[in-house]
Design a protein around this ligand. Structure first.
Ligand code: 2AM
Length: 179
């Protein structure tokens, strides 16, 4: 049987922003609200690929190399709770067009290469807590962070010794805005 790995394209959060987010999260949620996503695992998924053979991953990496999409800034100014699948998330009230186009491009390439894509509309978000299936009191004040997306990455999701770890396999630059 060929090797396959669980992969997804995502935007990473810079370490400084990861730290701010987890500090704020610790101050604003209770342990019973859900399991905190590890700081290094915080990310915004652009396209989920599922279990992918190395051959198919190679094709998708080639495609990613040819993508010429502009860099963009995203305000992380929205917060929500999905009781199913049990996620508390950080999102944006106004998704930049460049983000929507990048996600749409990656999703359509993924679909064309046999990676099943959800029919749900793309809702850009960073998962903060998992297993949050019971009601959660969300803080009244929504944080106002900015994520400057200058590249996008391919991640592998691994489950080992009871922990999920996302490993960045490769990153591709987004085009800087002309001066
Ligand atoms: P989530 O944060 O909303 O759970 C790695 O698992 C990433 O891919 C996570 O960000 C997860 O989104 C997303 N993901 C996992 N399974 C998925 C699926 N079946 N469809 C779309 N996205 C998925």
């Amino acid at each position: 049987m060929p090797e396959s790995r669980r992969l997804f394209f995502a935007l990473s959060l810079p370490t400084a922003l990861q730290k701010q987010v987890i500090r704020w999260r610790a101050d604003n949620f209770e342990p019973e609200d859900g399991r905190p996503v590890a700081a290094a695992n915080l990310h915004l998924t652009l396209a989920f690929l599922g279990d992918v053979s190395d051959q198919k991953a190679g094709v998708l990496r080639e495609i990613a190399t040819r993508i010429q999409s502009p860099a963009f800034s995203l305000r992380l100014d929205d917060l929500g709770h999905w009781p199913r699948p049990g996620v508390v998330w950080l999102g944006t009230r106004r998704a930049p067009l460049a983000l929507l186009q990048l996600a749409s491009l990656l999703r359509s390439h993924a679909a064309r290469n046999g990676c099943h894509q959800s029919t749900l509309p793309f809702h850009p978000h960073v998962s903060l807590l998992r297993g949050a299936t019971r009601p959660v009191a969300l803080p009244a004040a929504t944080p106002q962070w900015q994520l400057d997306a200058t590249d996008f990455s391919l991640y592998e999701s691994r489950f080992h010794q009871g922990r999920t770890r996302y490993q960045c396999l490769q990153s591709w630059p987004l085009l800087a805005a002309p001066p």
